[in-house]
Design a protein around this ligand. Structure first.
Ligand SMILES: [Zn+2]
Length: 140
């Protein structure tokens, strides 16, 4: 099984909860899940894994570099698999939805700004907090 290999590669022993949680993260439609989301998905799949275990395993995954944790404002931590390209996030303050985006101009500007101050970028993490745009009332 692919999950088993991935766990071993990350230096983790293969246990059932770890495999199940990795499967949930890989199969999820929403790439950004809180521990509660993972727990609910496990319940739906009729897997008997407690919430405390979910927290523990996600923290182990984070330490092993399998997942990245985001601490967005106004909510709990969300986790996503640590694969794929760099991207930034937009977080809806009303629904909690997380939208990924990448913008070449923003990327380039950040390098230029760091450079201007005599630095080079080690890492960056841009989060834009949003809410649904209100529809303008049309005058009659
Ligand atoms: Zn993301």
């Amino acid at each position: 099984m692919l999950e088993n290999q991935e766990l071993r590669k990350a230096g983790l022993k293969v246990t059932l909860p770890r495999v199940k949680i990795l499967q949930i993260l890989e199969g999820a439609e929403d790439k950004h899940m809180s521990a509660e989301d993972v727990y609910k998905a496990l319940l739906e799949a009729e897997e008997d894994v407690g919430l405390a275990t979910v927290y523990r395993v996600l923290t182990q995954f984070e330490s092993a570099g399998l997942v990245v944790r985001h601490n967005f404002d106004g909510g709990h931590s969300v986790f996503e698999l640590a694969r794929g390209e760099h991207h930034d996030h937009m977080v809806c303050m009303e629904s909690g939805d997380v939208i990924e985006f990448i913008d070449e101009i923003i990327e380039k500007r950040q390098y230029a700004i760091a450079e201007k101050h005599g630095f080079e970028i080690v890492d960056h993490n841009l989060v834009i907090y949003v809410r649904p745009k209100k529809k303008k009332k049309t005058a009659e």
